[in-house]
Design a protein around this ligand. Structure first.
Ligand SMILES: Cc1cc2nc3c(=O)[nH]c(=O)nc-3n(C[C@H](O)[C@H](O)[C@H](O)COP(=O)(O)OP(=O)(O)OC[C@H]3O[C@@H](n4cnc5c(N)ncnc54)[C@H](O)[C@@H]3O)c2cc1C
Length: 382
């Protein structure tokens, strides 16, 4: 393979891993540099809709993912008293209408499965990117451990505090949105003593806050919640999360249905996360560098599509590079932006507004999307 095809990906999160798999499967030479020394099974769940399952189909991991996830028949929205606000059909309906399953799963299990698809030796852990130097015909990456790597193009999949974004656009901390998210896992067996119907996928809403609840395993032995709650100041400094308490949760969701109180009662390791944001970026790429996922268009997570957008980005970027070859990276990056910006920006706006599926609506524009179904839009159509 010619030297012009060395692709470096910074960050092996859900988006970086998806880009790496898509590119490796297309025959590119890809190395991934991840700052973490290893990954652990952090206590968090995630939704994977049919739009992403169709990408995982191409990667060959749709079936194992289906086996590992929970398959809700509906997304229910309910008000604090328990009245239903919406019933969005998923399950068989999603398979038929959107051509793939809708699952909820443990984020760590999904990530481990994605990582298992990468070529042995192509992921380099404990590599914190500290600086980038663009010479005339390649990019030199310097890592905090003193090592270096060379690449022809670099994909910044390094999340909301992206070092690659900083190199492109200058140092600028993300903004605190004024909202936090509480997360906790609950053992389903601890809920057996209650008479409530703990639904497979339900979002409880009142005026300015919500609690999203779902199973994270196919066996439905692990239940999970994530909140969205206004909080004027983030008290955790630079920490990506801090511990929270049942007392804080009871206070936050006072007056909510007794089944919500039961969830809080049985959640013993609650964490609290600041929800961070950025204004839309003026550029997604410059020279040999390009961004994807949270590095490019972070959003409040209220639509459960942030990771999905990162994975779609990775797959689309691979598709564009296949079209042009790495040596014409400029055209590939413009094509990529033309084919992603409108959709990612629309999802970002709806997610930030936190209106998604609160009332009965048709989610086909998100779930029915098939990244491979249409010819690429030309560069000028952005
Ligand atoms: C409370 C909460 C709940 C959420 N729930 C959902 C949900 O249900 N569904 C959903 O789709 N999304 C959800 N999201 C959003 C989702 O987590 C993100 O959109 C998604 O993780 C973005 O993926 P990414 O690969 O772009 O970035 P990340 O997942 O942030 O990955 C970035 C990677 O880059 C690495 N890295 C960073 N800097 C460097 C560096 N300098 N050098 C090397 N490596 C580096 C990091 O260690 C990390 O592994 C949630 C977010 C929060 C905060």
């Amino acid at each position: 393979m010619p030297a012009t095809q060395r692709i470096a990906i910074i960050g092996a999160g859900l988006g970086g891993a998806a880009a790496a798999t898509s590119l490796q499967q297309a025959g590119f030479e890809v190395n991934v540099y991840e700052q973490a020394p290893a990954f652990s099974r952090l206590g968090a769940g995630i939704h994977m809709g049919p739009n992403v399952m169709k990408i995982f189909r191409r990667m060959g991991i749709e079936q194992p993912l289906e086996a590992m996830g929970s398959h809700p028949e509906f997304w229910f929205s309910r008000d604090a008293s328990g009245e239903y606000l919406s019933r969005i059909p998923l399950g068989d309906f999603a398979r038929k209408e959107y051509d793939a399953a809708y699952i909820t799963v443990h984020r760590g299990d999904l990530h481990a499965l994605q990582m298992s698809t990468l070529k042995p030796g192509s992921v380099h852990f404990a590599k914190h990117l500290s600086s980038i130097e663009e010479t005339g015909n390649e990019v030199r990456l310097a890592f905090a451990d003193g090592s270096h790597a060379l690449a022809d193009i670099v994909i910044g999949a390094d999340g909301i505090n992206s070092r690659v974004r900083e190199h492109l656009l200058g140092v600028e901390a993300p903004t605190y949105s004024g909202w936090v998210g509480h997360r906790a896992l609950i053992k389903a067996r601890d809920l057996a003593k209650y008479d409530f119907n703990f639904e497979d996928c339900v979002k409880w809403w009142s005026g300015d806050r919500h609690l999203m609840v779902y199973y994270t395993t196919g066996k439905r032995d692990e239940y999970y919640f994530v909140s969205g709650v206004p909080q004027a100041e983030w008290e955790g400094g630079n920490a990506s999360f801090i511990p929270s308490t049942q007392a804080e949760m009871f206070d936050t969701f006072k007056g909510y249905h007794p089944s919500v109180q039961a969830l809080i009662e049985n959640a013993d390791d609650i964490t609290k996360w600041p929800l961070l944001n950025r204004q839309p970026l003026p550029v997604w790429s410059k020279g040999r560098l390009v961004l994807l996922g949270d590095a490019c268009h972070p959003m409040k997570p209220h639509m459960a599509q942030g990771a999905a957008m990162a994975i779609e980005d990775g797959a689309m970027l691979a598709r564009c590079l296949q079209e042009t070859g790495v040596s014409d990276y400029g055209t590939a990056f413009r094509l990529y932006e033309s084919n992603r910006k409108e959709r990612a920006s629309r999802v970002q706006a709806v997610s930030n507004a936190n209106t998604w599926l609160r009332t009965q609506e048709d989610p086909a524009w998100v779930f029915g999307y098939d990244l491979y179904a249409h010819p690429l839009k030309s560069e000028s159509a952005a």
